[in-house]
Design a protein around this ligand. Sequence first.
Ligand SMILES: Cc1cc2nc3c(=O)[nH]c(=O)nc-3n(C[C@H](O)[C@H](O)[C@H](O)COP(=O)(O)OP(=O)(O)OC[C@H]3O[C@@H](n4cnc5c(N)ncnc54)[C@H](O)[C@@H]3O)c2cc1C
Length: 411
Amino acid sequence: MEKKIEHYDVVVIGGGPAGMTAALYAGRARLKTLLIEKSLIGGMATYTSEIENYPGFPEPIDGIELMKLFDKQFRRFGVDVKLTDVRSVSVECNQKIVSTFRTDYYAKAVIISTGNKPRLTGAKNEEKFLNDKGISFCATCDAARNTGKRIMVIGSGDAAIEEGMFLTKFAREVIVSVIHDEGIMDANKVAQEKALANPKMKFMWNTVVDSFEGDDTLKQVVLKNIKTGELIPVDVDTCFLFIGYVPNTKMFEGFIDMTQRGYIKTNENMETSREGFFAVGDCRDKILRQVATAVGDGAIAGFMAEKYVEELEYVQREIFEAKGLIMAFVYNAVEALDREFLARVEQVQREHKDKIQLRRIDVYKSDRIACRLDYTKTPSLIFMKDGKVLENVTDLSNLEQMISQMIAKYA
Ligand SMILES: Cc1cc2nc3c(=O)[nH]c(=O)nc-3n(C[C@H](O)[C@H](O)[C@H](O)COP(=O)(O)OP(=O)(O)OC[C@H]3O[C@@H](n4cnc5c(N)ncnc54)[C@H](O)[C@@H]3O)c2cc1C
């Protein structure tokens, strides 16, 4: 099958809060933007029934409702959306390519916002009960169908305890398996106090899952006491796993620098180790994975992608595709000496304006354009003709004479 090719300024991979915010900023900057989501727009925030720490909403808001508002907002800015799985990314001749089954999307900048997926316990028979067969990762999605049932929650972090409490509104009993000693949980103190006071919540301390049992669907979770080795079978209708997450970054292995745990490394501008690729939200290495921080990341990446595309187009048009002899003056606008040299360079260029063009590249604003020209210091002059670097001159002591010689040699 011949693959289709489509061109965009910015392609965003993943439609969670980070990706939607990045798309909003890129779209609003009038960049031709595509957002690709493999399942549901909204990402992990749709897994929770109550978000009470996202500013602007004084009352708790359902994750699905909040994500619907994000969705409605970013689409106002003309962003295209495709519901498909991104399989790989690559770079060919400076083009960034985001590949799906049917189409290769060529982009000037790519924003990765693929988030996380829930971690599994690794216990016996786990795979057998995934996909609606009794093991769940989403309280919001599966709460109603557990009305009056006995359920188990694995984990003791914020998600486990807060979602466990939400589930007590539906289930008759919520049994929480906690790996720690009695009374110790990883959740925030407010959630811990509320959970311990909730009569529908029962805790099984020092336990991990040994196996999942049942026929077509889950019937029993066998817990193991990590101190005594005792196996404790518990009959349940559904088991919710909230034991952390693993980043959805496998396809970027070897392509972009990551931590040992697979989180993408970025700087504070959300730039990855690969030029023109940005990473945002839960898939990147950071201290706090929440909607508020995902949104902050997305805003920065959308803004930086705009700057990147603008610079890319400028360099292409004004430097690499420009005809004739060009001198690019690389300087730092806050340095007095650099400004003096700039005035002299401008004067010489005026005298020879029919033979040589001037491009001013201020590294104080950003050094990225200068880096593309392999500059080594400021002030310096890079001479180019028809897109090719001829000479990079850092000794400007005889500036006027040197420029005249260059014109005589190359014009
Ligand atoms: C149960 C639960 C409760 C939570 N409670 C809160 C809370 O109260 N407050 C709060 O602030 N945060 C909460 N969070 C965390 C919050 O949801 C996340 O921090 C946030 O969703 C991260 O956004 P993201 O866009 O980085 O990633 P995600 O929301 O994970 O979105 C990533 C998206 O990328 C898509 N994707 C992945 N791979 C591909 C691919 N190859 N091709 C195309 N698309 C792909 C995924 O399908 C997904 O939609 C909770 C999370 C959970 C699970």
